[in-house]
Write a protein of this length. Structure first.
Length: 332
């Protein structure tokens, strides 16, 4: 039992007792003859142990349904969804394990991630559009795509009769607002059923109950006003474009420096030690003229050591005389 989705953009007016006027859709009973035209569908339901799905209870207690969804609403959005509600003061779980046990354990987890092939394809979003079109749609019919080229949905009138029957069976057990088309998640479920792939129907039902219980907590509708000033948004776009251009210039400069370094490789350690045997080598200063300059040089016959010693003595004499004068002034 599910609540009917309301896709209206306007919030309806409510009063104290309006919550009791919510419309409920009962699961549709599918009476299919074992020898009739759609006996293949009945065989699929029987082989998958889904016998309780086409034959739901005939009576519905509206008060219990309201209490179920009212107590299932999460109070803390940051906390994990508990899949637990309260009915007449008793806790009731509606997670995958509880629903699977109610249906008679039609599916057994075999993978480490606990996902069936349908759940894995749904999580990845890699739909095999060609196989789905060949398996479900009539000849010369195609799946509708959005402007980005991604598969969006398939119309019910474009499907084969058996696929339409399975679609009605699914949409009467999953909350929806119309029965005219199938989005990709429903179309993928149709494909897995008709292709013989394993489907964990208990997980599908539990996730749909979670979506309905959480629909009144999080508002997924678009705001009626721009989320940011358009002029400020354009200014931000210009600033980010400038930053991106500067970043490209920095990358070009770094690549140029890197390529320049590649043209001047460093020597290996052995070759470096051959050319620079430090500290064994004596530096050779270009332009210097000493005793080795010879008789033709400007310093012919001149002893550089004597000149250096005389200059050092002169500095020592000047320092000594300066200190004596300083001491005499202090004594006066």
């Amino acid at each position: 039992m599910v609540l009917k989705k309301n896709l209206s953009s306007k919030k309806p007016k409510t009063d104290a007792g309006s919550s009791r006027e919510v419309e409920f859709w009962a699961e549709k009973v599918f009476d299919i003859l074992p020898t009739g035209m759609y006996r293949d569908f009945a065989e699929v339901i029987h082989e998958r142990w889904w016998n309780k799905l086409p034959n739901p209870p005939q009576t519905i207690n509206d008060d219990l349904v309201r209490e179920f969804y009212a107590n299932a609403v999460p109070t803390n959005e940051d906390a994990p969804f508990s899949f637990t509600t309260m009915i007449c003061g008793h806790p009731l779980r509606f997670d995958r394990e509880a629903i699977n046990a109610y249906l008679g354990n039609p599916h057994t987890l075999v993978n480490e991630d606990g996902l069936c092939p349908y759940a894995r394809i749904l999580a990845q979003g890699n739909w095999n559009v060609d196989h789905m079109k060949q398996k479900l749609l009539l000849p010369d019919r195609n799946i509708k795509f959005n402007t980005a080229g991604l598969p969006l949905r398939a119309l019910r009138g474009d499907m084969k009769p058996k696929a339409q029957l399975t679609l009605l069976f699914i949409l009467h057990n999953i909350p929806c607002s119309h029965l005219s088309d199938a989005p990709m998640n429903i179309l993928g479920l149709l494909y897995c059923v008709h292709a013989g792939k394993d489907v964990d129907v208990a997980r599908v039902i539990a996730n749909e109950l979670k979506v309905i219980a959480s629909s009144g907590v999080t508002d997924h509708s678009r705001p009626k006003f721009p989320s940011i000033d358009p002029m400020l948004q354009n200014w931000f776009h210009q600033t980010w474009d400038q930053n991106a251009a500067n970043h490209r210039a920095d990358i070009a400069m770094y690549e140029a420096v890197y390529r320049m370094n590649l043209q001047q490789p460093l020597d290996e350690p052995n070759m470096f030690q051959t050319h620079n045997a430090w500290p064994g080598d004596k530096p050779n200063f270009v332009g210097g003229a000493g005793v080795e300059a010879g008789a033709d040089g400007d310093g012919a016959g001149v002893d550089d050591d004597a000149i250096d010693e005389a200059a050092a003595n002169a500095f020592d004499d000047n320092d000594a005389s300066g200190e004596d004068e300083q001491y005499e002034e202090m004594s006066d």
